[in-house]
Design a binder for this molecule. Structure first.
Ligand SMILES: Cc1ncc(COP(=O)(O)O)c(C=O)c1O
Length: 440
């Protein structure tokens, strides 16, 4: 039994599911990492400064003058109807055809994730996720006490063979697989993209097994080569819930995302949304709607794409220049992230305080796994984000990281490797080592 403490007299009152929720000690480090002298390659913050902020200001002013009373009022639990129609246009490039009624607008796609999981998962139900997976989704799965099973990826993303085996294994052990959670395009954090054949193969595995796919696609329009990957939902209507977001294509601060779901599921999601928040913010939704109606949003996405491509190029060139032999990394064709694997013997999490002292920050790869064994197996990995700092800062950050790694390798050469299993996860083996939301 748990007992209260002087620090938190309510400790014994928490619901079971709240006990797994706690900030890890690396959060404190990230607070330091946000100082201006530190080059942060940790955060996944979109570079909203590249928006035409005057145009956004005009849009908001016009909205409030012309439809202020509606924008500042409660709205529908499912979301604004005109916005749902516009979302259909935004999804056209990924090949999705749907009806506005299939869409539920949410407070960012993060809330859609929450609604889906609360609708489908009882404690102990299994969610299959990529290896590694988006830390914000892992937090949702954990908060509903779902059991997360990581499935291997290869250079083309989630492996259908491993997926099929994982489903069989969970079922053989008496488990219930409720969802396959995947980020097929420009994966966070792996930086990989599934090709068309891979998507078909995964769909086929899911169909055969009768498992619902949760397709998370916030980066789909941010490909660097002009090609927009076709969504899985474009080829499968009843077996896929698709999540989209305006966070990376307009502004994350507006907190507007959406889910496209089969009819019955959609009704449940709306009821769940009403129970959680009554309705998503009308103000934010109408701002997005007005922005889409009065601005060349496609041109703005092009601006973002070019900007992020330049930063990706800077990162890859700097990695080639500054990483020691034995380091590998993914070469993202879009999105915000590259996944780096350090030379044998290094531990990215243990190294983080020294990196921050060396004025560079990243997110240790262990944060993208649930489960001690998975974390242990991935101590050499880390995620680098290139979305926020300008190219010259990225290069400087990677140079600093190279120095930190060299020092680390020097220490290992002199004193040998730290014994495995010592130190860092003794305090938080049950805790997801999440960075704060701005770093997710
Ligand atoms: C894969 C993935 N899914 C969902 C989200 C959440 O996005 P939103 O701002 O729409 O809640 C993020 C944000 O970084 C993400 O990377």
């Amino acid at each position: 039994m748990t007992t209260g403490t002087r620090l938190d007299p309510w400790f014994t009152s928490y619901a079971q599911r709240a006990h797994g929720l706690a900030a890890s000690e690396i959060r404190a480090l990230f607070a330091v990492a946000s100082r201006p002298e530190v080059v942060s390659l940790a955060g996944g913050m979109p570079y909203v400064t590249a928006l035409d902020l005057d145009a956004v200001a005009d849009t908001v002013a016009q909205l409030l003058r012309e439809r202020g009373a509606t924008a500042l009022q409660y709205g529908s639990g499912q979301g604004d109807e005109r916005l749902r129609e516009q979302i259909l246009e935004v999804m056209a490039p990924v090949g999705i055809t749907a009806h506005p009624d299939d869409i539920v607008v949410t407070t960012g796609s993060q809330m859609a994730l929450d609604l889906v999981v609360r609708t489908f998962c009882d404690p102990g139900d299994v969610v299959l996720v990529e290896s590694p997976s988006y830390v914000g989704a892992l937090g949702v799965f954990r908060s509903y006490e779902a059991r997360v099973v990581h499935v291997d990826m290869d250079e083309h993303g989630l492996s259908p063979v491993a997926l099929s085996q994982a489903i069989d294994q969970v079922r053989a052990d008496g488990g219930q697989v409720k969802l396959i959670y995947t980020i097929p395009s420009f994966h966070n954090p792996a930086g990989l993209t599934q090709g068309q054949q891979r998507r078909h193969d995964i769909l086929e595995v899911a169909r055969r097994a009768g498992v619902l796919i949760l397709e998370d696609d916030p980066y789909g329009l941010l490909g660097f080569d002009g090609e927009v990957p076709r969504a899985m939902r474009a080829d499968e209507e009843t077996g896929v819930i698709y999540l989209g977001s305006f966070s990376k294509t307009i502004a994350s601060g507006l907190r507007v995302g959406w889910a496209v779901a089969p009819h019955g599921v959609r009704e449940k999601l709306v009821l769940a949304a009403e129970a959680a928040v009554l309705c998503p913010s009308n103000y934010a939704q109408l701002t997005v709607s007005e922005y889409l109606a009065t601005n060349d949003w496609m041109a703005q996405i092009d601006t973002f794409r070019k900007l992020y491509r330049e930063r990706r190029d800077a990162l890859l060139a700097a990695l080639a220049d500054h990483m020691p032999a034995g380091t590998t990394w993914t070469e993202p064709a879009g999105g915000f992230y590259s996944w780096v694997t350090l030379p044998e013997g290094l531990d990215a999490r243990a190294m983080l305080p020294r990196a921050v002292a060396g004025l560079v920050a990243y997110v240790p790869g262990t944060g993208f796994y649930l489960g001690e064994a998975e974390q242990d197996a991935n101590r050499r990995s880390l995620r680098l984000s290139y979305c926020y700092p300008p190219p010259e800062r990225i290069v400087e950050g990677v140079r600093r990281l190279g120095n930190v790694i060299d020092d680390e390798l020097g220490l290992i050469a002199t004193f040998g490797q730290a014994a495995p299993g010592t130190g860092w996860h003794q305090h938080d083996e049950a805790v997801l080592s999440t960075p704060a939301p701005d770093l997710a």
